[in-house]
Design a protein around this ligand. Sequence first.
Ligand SMILES: O=C(O)C1=C[C@@H](OP(=O)(O)O)[C@@H](O)[C@H](O)C1
Ligand SMILES: C=C(OP(=O)(O)O)C(=O)O
Length: 438
Amino acid sequence: MAPNDAHTALWPAPHASGAVDATVHVPGSKSVTNRALVLAALASEPGWLRRPLRSRDTLLMAGALRAMGVGIEEGVGPEGTGEAWRVLPAGLRGPATVDVGNAGTVMRFLPPVAALSDGPVRFDGDPRSYERPLNGVIDALRVLGARIDDDGRGALPLTVHGSGALEGGPVEIDASSSSQFVSALLLSGPRFNQGVEVRHIGSALPSMPHIRMTVDMLRSVGAQVDTPESGGEPNVWRVTPGALLGRDLTIEPDLSNAQPFLAAALVTGGKVLVPDWPSRTTQPGDRLREIFTEMGGSCELTEYGLVFTGSGAVHGIDVDLSEVGELTPGIAAVAALADSPSTLRGVAHLRLHETDRLAALTKEINELGGDVTETADGLHIRPRRLHGGVFHTYEDHRMATAGAIIGLAVEGVRIENVATTAKTLPDFPELWTGMLGA
Ligand SMILES: O=C(O)C1=C[C@@H](OP(=O)(O)O)[C@@H](O)[C@H](O)C1
Ligand SMILES: C=C(OP(=O)(O)O)C(=O)O
């Protein structure tokens, strides 16, 4: 297939002939891998990442850090060569060029790192990356002492003129459009001369578990972080300046990418085991245990991992997803197959994700015969009998996996550009057909 054909190619989503019964080894977490790479690059000694996710977003992160002078070498992990990265921090260098693709983590976490480099770092990416909000990071970095050239829209493309150090200190931001603004400033904060104090002053802040993930991972490499939860002021996070340790970290499976496989058990009345499901985690995907149980399944966390079992019935749900927005496409797909209506709330910011996810889900489910309406901050989904057709994906990995869930229950669904799942889960089609025993 010629490279461009992948964008228009149609993948016949497998229809499930019966209940699935499978063990699915889900690759590492995108959010943990990309935080671990940044923290290891900023450390004062080498570190290891074991079982890192290797996907478009994480390879872009690794490539960008390498471009700024960081060593990231293939190492030997628990499963042999190629299963680990050894990260060798070095003085951060410019000039460099960073391709962010359409990775929120890369476009938001790296400009603060670039501000610590000793020269200009140019950031560019996919057309969609120009539309995703970055103003919180750009404005904050300027307040903290960085020089940035952009076109004034608060978005990519831009150049950060690193001068080898950043003063840091207190800064106010409105992170209501992305929690990643807060995470970005905290991750590099220990390396700023004064550390950083981030005060969120906007309306509701989405994706709080991802901010907790940032704080937890910072603390695990020796950073001192004060948070609202540790007795600080509401909406204020403070990072003390200091050296970061090089750690040996094994990356957890990506629980948000486990979603389509758990959904398969739910919609087919089957059973799926996801090995290595962590007993304690900050990943938002852990909320699936509760959400998919309410939608009709049951789960058990055993020494082998998470066993999720469908009952044969799928129920609608009324749920606020503001903390776990990235789960919305998969929940919407299950809701379209349920026996009662659903209301998904608290996710207006999804309009600025990989695509406008609220518009895309509404259009694509309705074109298969569904009845979805957009609300100010989410979706109303009234299940209808669906029919086959093309499910467009808008270069959004989670649209592709959402379409695959529907395809299990509805014959003749064809997914456009299933290869877009490579953003976070390059093996998705193989894992999916493997789960179905094909
Ligand atoms: O920090 C992270 O790793 C992420 C935070 C969330 O971003 P938003 O707060 O922009 O939704 C989430 O949706 C994204 O998939 C990953
Ligand atoms: C919103 C997402 O990604 P990003 O990290 O690009 O924001 C996502 O993975 O659902």
